[in-house]
Ligand binder design. Structure first.
Ligand SMILES: *Cc1c(COP(=O)(O)O)cnc(C)c1O
Length: 380
């Protein structure tokens, strides 16, 4: 009997393969970068947006098995879903504490990142109401100006430590604005603001570095690294060779091929016209799968070792490629073309789409058959 994995692959128009072993290896190398400073820096994992499209409930337990002890998500519901897969370890909800959701945090054993005094007050009341010491994570805004305690609110907290009564100060955190630009002075300005805050709130561990922040050096590491992107293979140092292992491959099947004469158009809007007699292959993915419309005339796929241009408009469910130069035997319906993989990384595709690899990964469609492997082994 075929395995469920083989069965999914047999039916799939497009197949997304996530290598958990590669994600685990990336986590280890980030953890080791933290340890290289000689202090006992720990490494968390950011699993928001379904672990950047790779599957949070599968990635979370794999990283826990590797030794990861702290997990971050953005939304409460992401935390609830992850809690089922990770019964024990702390899960922090970055978007904070929405009024009326305190009971959900308690029920699922989740910890809100407290982004302002109002949230801190509500969490302290919750601790009183449930009569238990709850973990408090304080996010201090050092320059992003999205979420977090502003300078005035932070000073209030420093002056009035009683505001933490009934809570256990579990973590102080802040978030870098331009960590991928090591020479940008904003990094140092944020660092000195965060340092002052941490000094004024002694006794609690601190977390500052996202993926790129890990590579700014040990001054930026504090007690807990907080990488997302680099875990999933996105280059944390744009412009330099990528130190991370790639974690996703995406293959899409050829559904049909056809020969067309010169001066024929392909696809909606008659937007592409053949300059010569051509062979067009139609493959099973589209913008509904996160293959952005802007990619037309800007990227290629790989088929049997050949680089094949994407032509014509990208449709909701279909993409057309100019396979004229591929031997016919390699270009048959049912064959898989490589959309992401050894020849085209998520960073490469992001460049083609004039965006970043974060958007490419988090846009990966829900229609792909998803297979998780660990090295060569399928994970069931
Ligand atoms: C998304 C996020 C991270 C992870 O950032 P990467 O650049 O993906 O490593 C860390 N901290 C906060 C607050 C975030 O929102």
């Amino acid at each position: 009997m075929p395995s469920p994995v083989d069965d999914a692959a047999r039916r799939a128009g497009a197949l997304l393969t996530v290598d958990l072993g590669a994600i685990a290896a990336n986590w280890r190398s980030l953890r080791d970068a933290g340890r290289a400073g000689g202090r006992s820096v720990e490494c968390a994992a950011v699993l928001k947006a379904d672990a950047y499209g790779t599957g949070a409930t599968v990635v979370g337990p794999r990283l826990a098995a590797e030794g990861c002890r702290h997990f971050f998500v953005a939304h409460l519901d992401e935390g609830i879903a992850l809690r089922r897969a990770l019964p024990e370890l702390p899960i922090y909800v970055l978007n904070g504490l929405l009024a009326g959701t305190e009971g959900d945090f308690i029920e699922h054993g989740l910890t809100p990142v407290l982004n302002h005094l109002g949230q801190l007050n509500a969490w302290r009341s919750t601790a009183q109401r449930f009569n238990r010491p709850l973990d408090a994570v304080i996010h201090f805004d050092t320059g992003m100006h999205r979420l977090g305690f502003g300078a005035d609110e932070a000073q209030t907290l420093i002056d009035e430590r009683g505001r933490l009564r009934g809570l256990r100060l579990a973590l102080l955190m802040s978030h870098l604005v331009v960590a991928e630009e090591p020479a940008n002075p904003i990094n140092g300005e944020q660092l000195s603001r965060f340092r002052s805050f941490v000094r004024a709130m002694p006794g609690a561990p601190a977390s500052f570095a996202n993926s790129s922040g890990v590579f700014l050096g040990s001054d930026y590491h504090f007690d807990l690294l907080r990488p997302g992107a680099a875990l999933y293979g996105i280059n944390p140092q744009p412009g330099s060779p990528n130190p991370m292992a790639p974690t996703v491959t995406l293959n899409a099947r050829i559904l049909q091929t056809r020969r067309i004469d010169a001066l024929q158009t392909v696809g909606y809007g008659a937007a592409w016209r053949s300059a010569r007699p051509s062979r067009v292959a139609t493959i099973a993915l589209g913008y509904a799968d996160g293959y952005f419309r802007i990619l037309v005339n800007r990227t290629h796929v790989h088929l049997a070792g050949h680089k094949v241009p994407v032509i014509g408009r990208i449709s909701m469910d279909l993409v057309t490629i100019d396979a004229t130069d591929v031997p016919e035997a390699d270009c048959q319906p049912g064959a898989m073309v490589e959309v992401l993989g050894a020849h085209m990384t998520v960073d490469d595709l992001a460049d083609c789409a004039r965006t970043n690899a974060y958007e490419v990964m988090t846009a990966l469609g829900r229609r792909y058959a998803r297979i998780h492997v660990d090295g060569q082994e399928p994970v069931v």
